[in-house]
Design a protein around this ligand. Structure first.
Ligand code: SAH
Length: 352
Protein backbone atom coordinates (compact mmCIF):
# COMPACT_ATOMS: atom_id res chain seq x y z
CA UNK A 1 0.00 0.00 0.00
CA UNK A 2 1.05 3.61 -0.52
CA UNK A 3 1.88 5.75 2.56
CA UNK A 4 -1.49 7.47 2.12
CA UNK A 5 -3.20 4.07 1.79
CA UNK A 6 -1.80 3.11 5.21
CA UNK A 7 -3.09 6.38 6.73
CA UNK A 8 -6.53 5.77 5.22
CA UNK A 9 -6.61 2.16 6.47
CA UNK A 10 -5.69 3.37 9.97
CA UNK A 11 -8.47 5.93 9.88
CA UNK A 12 -10.99 3.31 8.77
CA UNK A 13 -9.81 0.97 11.57
CA UNK A 14 -10.50 3.77 14.03
CA UNK A 15 -13.71 5.37 12.69
CA UNK A 16 -15.29 2.80 10.40
CA UNK A 17 -16.03 2.70 6.65
CA UNK A 18 -15.16 5.87 4.75
CA UNK A 19 -17.47 7.67 2.32
CA UNK A 20 -16.21 7.75 -1.26
CA UNK A 21 -16.17 11.57 -1.42
CA UNK A 22 -14.05 11.61 1.73
CA UNK A 23 -11.71 9.02 0.19
CA UNK A 24 -11.39 10.99 -3.06
CA UNK A 25 -10.82 14.30 -1.27
CA UNK A 26 -8.08 12.70 0.84
CA UNK A 27 -6.42 11.05 -2.17
CA UNK A 28 -6.45 14.22 -4.26
CA UNK A 29 -5.74 16.94 -1.72
CA UNK A 30 -4.16 15.46 1.45
CA UNK A 31 -1.59 18.13 2.43
CA UNK A 32 1.42 15.76 2.42
CA UNK A 33 0.43 12.85 0.21
CA UNK A 34 -2.44 14.14 -1.96
CA UNK A 35 -2.22 13.63 -5.71
CA UNK A 36 -2.54 17.32 -6.64
CA UNK A 37 -0.71 18.56 -3.54
CA UNK A 38 2.51 16.82 -4.48
CA UNK A 39 2.91 16.78 -8.24
CA UNK A 40 2.38 18.19 -11.69
CA UNK A 41 0.36 15.38 -13.27
CA UNK A 42 0.02 16.81 -16.80
CA UNK A 43 1.60 15.95 -20.12
CA UNK A 44 3.42 13.05 -21.71
CA UNK A 45 5.65 12.46 -18.67
CA UNK A 46 2.70 12.69 -16.27
CA UNK A 47 -0.56 10.81 -15.94
CA UNK A 48 -2.93 12.57 -18.34
CA UNK A 49 -3.06 15.36 -20.92
CA UNK A 50 -5.71 18.08 -21.00
CA UNK A 51 -6.96 20.21 -23.90
CA UNK A 52 -4.88 23.31 -23.10
CA UNK A 53 -1.77 21.12 -22.90
CA UNK A 54 -2.54 19.70 -26.37
CA UNK A 55 -2.63 23.04 -28.16
CA UNK A 56 -2.62 26.82 -27.69
CA UNK A 57 -5.72 26.88 -29.93
CA UNK A 58 -7.92 25.68 -27.08
CA UNK A 59 -7.11 28.62 -24.79
CA UNK A 60 -7.31 31.02 -27.71
CA UNK A 61 -10.88 29.94 -28.50
CA UNK A 62 -11.97 30.13 -24.85
CA UNK A 63 -10.29 33.53 -24.42
CA UNK A 64 -11.95 34.98 -27.53
CA UNK A 65 -15.36 33.63 -26.50
CA UNK A 66 -15.05 35.34 -23.10
CA UNK A 67 -13.71 38.53 -24.75
CA UNK A 68 -16.76 38.61 -27.05
CA UNK A 69 -19.06 38.18 -24.04
CA UNK A 70 -17.20 41.05 -22.32
CA UNK A 71 -17.73 43.31 -25.38
CA UNK A 72 -21.40 42.26 -25.66
CA UNK A 73 -21.92 43.38 -22.05
CA UNK A 74 -20.45 46.85 -22.61
CA UNK A 75 -16.79 46.15 -21.75
CA UNK A 76 -17.10 46.57 -17.97
CA UNK A 77 -13.88 47.73 -16.30
CA UNK A 78 -12.40 46.57 -14.06
CA UNK A 79 -13.53 42.94 -14.20
CA UNK A 80 -12.36 39.63 -12.77
CA UNK A 81 -10.84 37.14 -15.20
CA UNK A 82 -10.97 33.91 -13.24
CA UNK A 83 -10.17 30.26 -13.59
CA UNK A 84 -11.00 27.37 -11.26
CA UNK A 85 -8.39 24.60 -11.16
CA UNK A 86 -5.84 26.16 -13.54
CA UNK A 87 -3.37 23.24 -13.60
CA UNK A 88 -0.13 24.49 -15.15
CA UNK A 89 -1.56 27.92 -16.02
CA UNK A 90 -1.39 27.14 -19.74
CA UNK A 91 -5.07 27.85 -20.46
CA UNK A 92 -4.96 31.24 -18.74
CA UNK A 93 -1.71 32.19 -20.53
CA UNK A 94 -3.19 31.32 -23.94
CA UNK A 95 -6.50 33.05 -23.16
CA UNK A 96 -4.78 36.27 -22.16
CA UNK A 97 -2.56 36.36 -25.22
CA UNK A 98 -5.55 35.88 -27.53
CA UNK A 99 -7.72 38.40 -25.65
CA UNK A 100 -5.14 41.16 -26.13
CA UNK A 101 -6.47 41.75 -29.66
CA UNK A 102 -9.42 43.45 -27.94
CA UNK A 103 -8.42 47.02 -27.00
CA UNK A 104 -8.60 47.77 -23.29
CA UNK A 105 -9.40 44.27 -22.11
CA UNK A 106 -5.99 43.38 -20.74
CA UNK A 107 -5.76 46.50 -18.59
CA UNK A 108 -9.27 45.95 -17.25
CA UNK A 109 -8.72 42.28 -16.31
CA UNK A 110 -7.85 41.34 -12.76
CA UNK A 111 -6.76 37.72 -12.83
CA UNK A 112 -7.90 35.44 -10.01
CA UNK A 113 -7.06 31.74 -9.81
CA UNK A 114 -8.96 29.38 -7.53
CA UNK A 115 -6.51 26.58 -6.77
CA UNK A 116 -6.31 24.13 -3.90
CA UNK A 117 -2.84 22.70 -4.57
CA UNK A 118 0.12 24.64 -3.12
CA UNK A 119 2.42 22.92 -5.60
CA UNK A 120 0.33 23.88 -8.64
CA UNK A 121 -0.02 27.45 -7.30
CA UNK A 122 3.75 27.75 -7.64
CA UNK A 123 3.70 26.33 -11.16
CA UNK A 124 0.94 28.82 -12.10
CA UNK A 125 2.77 31.81 -10.59
CA UNK A 126 5.96 30.87 -12.46
CA UNK A 127 3.98 30.76 -15.69
CA UNK A 128 1.72 33.78 -15.26
CA UNK A 129 3.64 36.21 -13.05
CA UNK A 130 1.84 38.07 -10.29
CA UNK A 131 -1.63 36.56 -9.95
CA UNK A 132 -4.08 36.40 -7.09
CA UNK A 133 -4.69 32.92 -5.73
CA UNK A 134 -7.95 32.18 -3.91
CA UNK A 135 -8.93 29.18 -1.79
CA UNK A 136 -12.55 29.20 -2.87
CA UNK A 137 -14.96 30.76 -5.38
CA UNK A 138 -16.62 32.35 -2.33
CA UNK A 139 -13.54 34.63 -2.17
CA UNK A 140 -14.03 35.99 -5.72
CA UNK A 141 -14.52 39.77 -5.68
CA UNK A 142 -17.95 41.32 -6.17
CA UNK A 143 -17.22 42.50 -9.73
CA UNK A 144 -18.13 41.47 -13.28
CA UNK A 145 -16.85 37.93 -13.58
CA UNK A 146 -15.60 36.16 -16.70
CA UNK A 147 -14.60 32.66 -15.68
CA UNK A 148 -13.48 29.33 -17.09
CA UNK A 149 -13.07 25.88 -15.56
CA UNK A 150 -11.61 23.09 -17.69
CA UNK A 151 -11.52 19.58 -16.25
CA UNK A 152 -12.20 20.93 -12.79
CA UNK A 153 -15.60 19.46 -11.90
CA UNK A 154 -14.47 15.92 -12.80
CA UNK A 155 -11.90 16.16 -9.99
CA UNK A 156 -14.49 17.04 -7.34
CA UNK A 157 -15.29 14.11 -5.04
CA UNK A 158 -18.44 12.07 -5.59
CA UNK A 159 -20.69 9.84 -3.51
CA UNK A 160 -22.06 6.68 -5.10
CA UNK A 161 -25.37 5.05 -4.26
CA UNK A 162 -26.47 1.62 -5.47
CA UNK A 163 -30.18 0.77 -5.85
CA UNK A 164 -31.00 -2.14 -3.55
CA UNK A 165 -34.08 -3.78 -2.12
CA UNK A 166 -35.69 -1.20 0.20
CA UNK A 167 -33.79 1.92 -0.92
CA UNK A 168 -30.27 2.89 -1.82
CA UNK A 169 -26.98 1.76 -0.27
CA UNK A 170 -23.95 4.00 -0.24
CA UNK A 171 -20.66 2.61 -1.53
CA UNK A 172 -18.09 2.91 1.26
CA UNK A 173 -14.36 2.27 1.39
CA UNK A 174 -13.32 -0.41 3.89
CA UNK A 175 -9.98 -1.95 4.85
CA UNK A 176 -9.55 -5.71 5.02
CA UNK A 177 -6.47 -7.96 5.05
CA UNK A 178 -4.09 -5.07 4.37
CA UNK A 179 -5.98 -3.81 1.32
CA UNK A 180 -8.76 -1.31 0.62
CA UNK A 181 -12.09 -2.53 -0.74
CA UNK A 182 -15.67 -1.43 -1.31
CA UNK A 183 -18.67 -2.33 0.83
CA UNK A 184 -22.29 -1.19 0.86
CA UNK A 185 -23.89 0.74 3.71
CA UNK A 186 -27.27 -0.15 5.17
CA UNK A 187 -30.07 1.10 2.86
CA UNK A 188 -30.83 4.83 3.03
CA UNK A 189 -33.91 6.52 1.59
CA UNK A 190 -33.30 8.61 -1.56
CA UNK A 191 -36.13 10.19 -3.53
CA UNK A 192 -35.17 8.50 -6.82
CA UNK A 193 -36.55 5.59 -8.76
CA UNK A 194 -34.23 3.21 -10.59
CA UNK A 195 -33.93 -0.47 -11.43
CA UNK A 196 -32.05 -2.68 -8.92
CA UNK A 197 -28.27 -2.46 -9.22
CA UNK A 198 -28.25 0.99 -10.81
CA UNK A 199 -25.57 3.38 -9.54
CA UNK A 200 -26.34 7.06 -8.88
CA UNK A 201 -23.48 9.53 -8.43
CA UNK A 202 -23.77 12.76 -6.46
CA UNK A 203 -21.10 15.49 -6.46
CA UNK A 204 -21.99 17.49 -3.34
CA UNK A 205 -19.44 20.32 -3.87
CA UNK A 206 -20.42 21.15 -7.46
CA UNK A 207 -23.74 22.99 -7.10
CA UNK A 208 -22.52 25.35 -4.34
CA UNK A 209 -19.58 26.36 -6.55
CA UNK A 210 -21.83 27.05 -9.54
CA UNK A 211 -24.17 29.05 -7.32
CA UNK A 212 -21.34 31.32 -6.07
CA UNK A 213 -20.28 31.99 -9.66
CA UNK A 214 -23.85 32.43 -10.95
CA UNK A 215 -24.79 34.83 -8.14
CA UNK A 216 -21.96 37.18 -9.10
CA UNK A 217 -22.83 36.96 -12.80
CA UNK A 218 -26.51 37.67 -12.06
CA UNK A 219 -25.64 40.76 -9.99
CA UNK A 220 -22.52 42.14 -11.67
CA UNK A 221 -22.55 40.66 -15.17
CA UNK A 222 -20.08 38.30 -16.75
CA UNK A 223 -20.06 34.75 -18.09
CA UNK A 224 -18.71 31.36 -17.10
CA UNK A 225 -17.69 28.48 -19.34
CA UNK A 226 -17.40 24.99 -17.86
CA UNK A 227 -15.70 22.33 -19.97
CA UNK A 228 -15.52 18.72 -18.89
CA UNK A 229 -16.21 15.19 -19.98
CA UNK A 230 -19.63 13.86 -19.23
CA UNK A 231 -23.27 14.05 -20.21
CA UNK A 232 -26.43 15.93 -19.31
CA UNK A 233 -27.60 13.32 -16.84
CA UNK A 234 -25.27 10.39 -16.30
CA UNK A 235 -26.05 6.84 -15.27
CA UNK A 236 -23.85 4.23 -13.72
CA UNK A 237 -20.45 3.99 -12.08
CA UNK A 238 -18.02 6.40 -13.77
CA UNK A 239 -15.31 6.57 -11.11
CA UNK A 240 -11.89 6.14 -12.70
CA UNK A 241 -8.24 6.23 -11.70
CA UNK A 242 -5.60 7.31 -14.21
CA UNK A 243 -1.89 6.80 -13.84
CA UNK A 244 0.71 7.13 -16.57
CA UNK A 245 -1.99 7.43 -19.24
CA UNK A 246 -3.65 4.12 -18.26
CA UNK A 247 -6.66 3.19 -16.14
CA UNK A 248 -6.23 1.38 -12.84
CA UNK A 249 -8.20 0.30 -9.77
CA UNK A 250 -9.24 3.51 -7.89
CA UNK A 251 -8.32 1.85 -4.58
CA UNK A 252 -4.93 0.50 -5.68
CA UNK A 253 -2.62 3.47 -5.19
CA UNK A 254 -4.20 6.21 -3.05
CA UNK A 255 -2.49 9.56 -3.65
CA UNK A 256 -0.54 8.34 -6.66
CA UNK A 257 -3.29 8.14 -9.28
CA UNK A 258 -5.70 10.78 -10.51
CA UNK A 259 -9.30 10.07 -9.46
CA UNK A 260 -12.13 11.52 -11.52
CA UNK A 261 -15.64 10.76 -12.71
CA UNK A 262 -17.94 11.84 -15.51
CA UNK A 263 -19.64 15.17 -14.93
CA UNK A 264 -23.43 15.44 -15.01
CA UNK A 265 -24.24 18.88 -16.40
CA UNK A 266 -27.93 18.91 -15.42
CA UNK A 267 -27.24 19.68 -11.71
CA UNK A 268 -24.80 22.45 -12.76
CA UNK A 269 -27.45 24.03 -15.00
CA UNK A 270 -30.11 23.71 -12.28
CA UNK A 271 -27.83 25.46 -9.77
CA UNK A 272 -27.22 28.31 -12.22
CA UNK A 273 -30.89 28.72 -13.13
CA UNK A 274 -31.76 28.85 -9.41
CA UNK A 275 -29.57 31.97 -9.14
CA UNK A 276 -31.46 33.66 -11.99
CA UNK A 277 -28.91 33.45 -14.82
CA UNK A 278 -29.30 31.86 -18.25
CA UNK A 279 -27.61 28.53 -18.89
CA UNK A 280 -26.85 26.60 -22.05
CA UNK A 281 -27.13 22.90 -22.73
CA UNK A 282 -23.75 21.18 -22.81
CA UNK A 283 -22.39 21.44 -26.37
CA UNK A 284 -19.94 18.77 -27.63
CA UNK A 285 -16.44 20.27 -27.49
CA UNK A 286 -15.70 19.60 -31.17
CA UNK A 287 -18.88 21.33 -32.29
CA UNK A 288 -18.24 24.30 -30.01
CA UNK A 289 -14.62 24.80 -31.07
CA UNK A 290 -15.57 24.55 -34.74
CA UNK A 291 -18.31 27.15 -34.27
CA UNK A 292 -15.64 29.45 -32.85
CA UNK A 293 -13.39 29.02 -35.89
CA UNK A 294 -10.75 26.59 -34.68
CA UNK A 295 -10.38 25.09 -38.17
CA UNK A 296 -9.29 28.42 -39.67
CA UNK A 297 -6.93 28.95 -36.76
CA UNK A 298 -5.37 25.52 -37.36
CA UNK A 299 -4.91 26.36 -41.06
CA UNK A 300 -3.18 29.62 -40.16
CA UNK A 301 -0.87 27.92 -37.68
CA UNK A 302 -0.08 25.17 -40.20
CA UNK A 303 0.74 27.78 -42.86
CA UNK A 304 2.99 29.52 -40.35
CA UNK A 305 4.97 26.30 -39.88
CA UNK A 306 3.30 24.73 -36.83
CA UNK A 307 3.63 21.06 -37.78
CA UNK A 308 1.43 19.88 -34.88
CA UNK A 309 -1.64 22.07 -35.47
CA UNK A 310 -3.54 19.60 -37.68
CA UNK A 311 -3.05 16.72 -35.28
CA UNK A 312 -4.08 18.93 -32.34
CA UNK A 313 -7.22 20.02 -34.22
CA UNK A 314 -8.10 16.37 -34.69
CA UNK A 315 -7.53 15.49 -31.02
CA UNK A 316 -9.57 18.41 -29.74
CA UNK A 317 -12.51 18.14 -32.16
CA UNK A 318 -12.84 14.63 -33.60
CA UNK A 319 -15.80 12.73 -32.08
CA UNK A 320 -13.58 9.65 -31.61
CA UNK A 321 -11.01 11.75 -29.69
CA UNK A 322 -12.11 14.56 -27.31
CA UNK A 323 -14.71 16.14 -29.61
CA UNK A 324 -17.79 14.34 -28.38
CA UNK A 325 -17.11 13.06 -24.85
CA UNK A 326 -16.08 16.54 -23.70
CA UNK A 327 -18.79 19.19 -23.46
CA UNK A 328 -18.80 22.95 -22.97
CA UNK A 329 -21.56 24.71 -21.09
CA UNK A 330 -22.00 28.43 -20.33
CA UNK A 331 -23.92 30.66 -17.96
CA UNK A 332 -24.54 34.40 -18.47
CA UNK A 333 -26.97 37.15 -17.38
CA UNK A 334 -30.51 36.67 -18.67
CA UNK A 335 -30.60 40.10 -20.32
CA UNK A 336 -27.29 39.62 -22.19
CA UNK A 337 -26.57 37.70 -25.40
CA UNK A 338 -25.29 34.13 -25.03
CA UNK A 339 -21.49 33.78 -25.32
CA UNK A 340 -20.39 32.61 -28.81
CA UNK A 341 -21.32 29.02 -29.65
CA UNK A 342 -24.00 28.69 -26.94
CA UNK A 343 -27.79 28.98 -26.83
CA UNK A 344 -30.09 29.29 -23.82
CA UNK A 345 -31.70 26.08 -22.58
CA UNK A 346 -35.19 27.20 -23.68
CA UNK A 347 -33.95 28.03 -27.20
CA UNK A 348 -32.18 24.72 -27.24
CA UNK A 349 -35.36 22.87 -26.32
CA UNK A 350 -37.25 24.79 -28.99
CA UNK A 351 -34.73 23.76 -31.65
CA UNK A 352 -34.15 20.22 -30.48
N1 SAH B 1 -7.63 23.15 -15.93
C1 SAH B 1 -6.34 22.47 -16.01
C2 SAH B 1 -6.14 21.45 -14.89
C3 SAH B 1 -7.18 20.39 -14.70
S1 SAH B 1 -6.78 19.28 -13.35
C4 SAH B 1 -6.14 21.87 -17.37
O1 SAH B 1 -7.12 21.81 -18.11
O2 SAH B 1 -5.04 21.46 -17.69
C5 SAH B 1 -7.73 19.88 -11.98
C6 SAH B 1 -7.24 21.15 -11.38
O3 SAH B 1 -8.13 21.49 -10.33
C7 SAH B 1 -5.86 21.12 -10.73
O4 SAH B 1 -5.26 22.39 -10.89
C8 SAH B 1 -6.20 20.83 -9.27
O5 SAH B 1 -5.17 21.15 -8.37
C9 SAH B 1 -7.42 21.70 -9.10
N2 SAH B 1 -8.33 21.33 -8.02
C10 SAH B 1 -8.77 20.08 -7.69
N3 SAH B 1 -9.66 20.13 -6.67
C11 SAH B 1 -9.79 21.45 -6.36
C12 SAH B 1 -10.57 22.16 -5.40
N4 SAH B 1 -11.39 21.54 -4.56
N5 SAH B 1 -10.46 23.51 -5.35
C13 SAH B 1 -9.64 24.18 -6.21
N6 SAH B 1 -8.88 23.55 -7.13
C14 SAH B 1 -8.95 22.21 -7.21
Amino acid sequence: MTPLGRLIAARIAQSGPMRLDDYMQTCLLHPQHGYYSTRDPFGAAGDFTTAPEISQMFGEMVGLALAQAWLDQGAPAPFTLAEIGPGRGTLMADMRRAMRVVPGIDGAAQVALVEASPHLRQVQAARLGAVTHLDSVADLPEAPLFLVANEFFDALPIRQFVRVEGGWSERMVVAQDGALGFALSAPVPLPREAPPGEVFEDRPAAAPIVREVARRIARQGGAAIFIDYGTWDGRGDSLQALRRHGFEDPLARPGQADLTSHVDFAPLAAAALAEGVAASAPVPQGEWLRALGIERRAERLTAAGDAGARDALHRLTDPAAMGHLFKAMAIWPRHAPAPPGFAGLEDHAAHA
